[in-house]
Write a protein that binds this ligand. Structure first.
Ligand code: DHB
Ligand code: FE
Length: 284
């Protein structure tokens, strides 16, 4: 059977991708950030999964503001890096897993979550930057990736509670896929940041640190945080953090924290990163 072995969270700041693509990672501004991912690159080389279920948000790249699905699952064979206005990032094409994606779609939809099925889509920095941070610059990504896009761009976003419950439904779906696959769930975006308006540049370190603590140790309570608290305390783009709760809902009630990194700032954003391993007590 398929099994979820670990969850990873990481921010997706586009300038991180640009720093890698333009060979600037050793510059003084960037070096401390990339040092924070050295452990993770060694860890993932030893724990490369067969499939990553990658929860991210599209930034009006694949979906224009004409149509914005709340939850969308990528069921295609492959996904091209999106052109976000300055050409496609020079990163590999993402290879999907249509069979597992179709199974998850049918299972999660039958568990009463409305997913939009996407058979063709380009993937933007929300998905490619996390892959670059963990895998560097390979000729091909070392595993399959199922993109799962969440609307945190246009009001109203889904609540943290809804995202957490979706993660639990995802867990039940993956657990009954009849193929021996090692699956990781990644929750990306965040942490505190605001890109626009009078509060542009807002970062809230105490909020971020408490969020990471509670994500690990008391996710049930954290999931009840109302969406307005994210916006007020972590900035308008801090709402991206609800995606981390999908990852956490898909893991065991008790997890092992393998690694944590927090760095301020990268561009306008507080960068947070966690590696959590399953192996504790399964959720009821
Ligand atoms: C930045 C952060 C984001 O999450 C994003 O989608 C775009 C830009 C930034 O900090 O520059
Ligand atoms: Fe973003």
């Amino acid at each position: 059977m398929a099994r979820i072995t670990a969850g990873i969270t990481t921010s997706h700041v586009p300038a991180i991708g640009a720093a890698m693509d333009l060979g600037k990672t050793a510059e003084p501004y960037w070096a401390p950030l990339f040092r924070g991912y050295e452990f993770s690159r060694r860890w993932i080389a030893e724990h490369t999964p067969d499939v990553i279920f990658l929860v991210y948000n599209d930034h009006a790249s694949a979906f224009s503001l004409d149509i914005i699905p709340t939850f969308a699952i990528g069921c295609a064979e492959s996904f091209q890096p999106a052109d976000e206005g300055w050409g496609r990032r020079p990163v590999p094409v993402v290879q999907g897993h249509p069979e597992l994606a179709a199974h998850i779609a049918q299972s999660v939809i039958q568990q009463d979550f409305d997913l939009t099925i996407i058979n063709r889509m380009d993937v933007d920095h929300g998905l490619t930057v996390p892959l670059s941070l963990l895998f560097g610059q390979p000729a091909a990504w070392p595993c399959r990736v199922i993109p799962f896009a969440v609307n945190v761009v246009q009001y109203p976003p889904p609540s943290g509670q809804r995202c957490y419950q979706l993660g639990q439904a995802l867990r039940r779906a993956i657990d009954c896929f009849d193929e021996d696959l090692d699956v990781q769930v990644w929750g990306t975006g965040g942490m505190s940041h605001q890109l626009q308006g009078p509060r542009a540049g807002l970062i809230n370190q105490p909020f971020d640190r408490e969020f990471m603590d509670r994500l690990v140790s008391e996710p049930d309570a954290l999931a009840r945080k109302p969406h307005i608290d994210y916006v007020r305390l972590a900035g308008s783009e801090g709402i991206e953090l609800v995606m981390w709760l999908i990852m956490r809902g898909a893991l065991d009630a008790t997890v092992r924290e393998v690694y944590r990194f927090y760095h301020v700032p990268a561009s306008n954003t507080a960068v947070g990163h966690l590696i959590l391993e399953n192996g504790g007590v399964q959720q009821p």
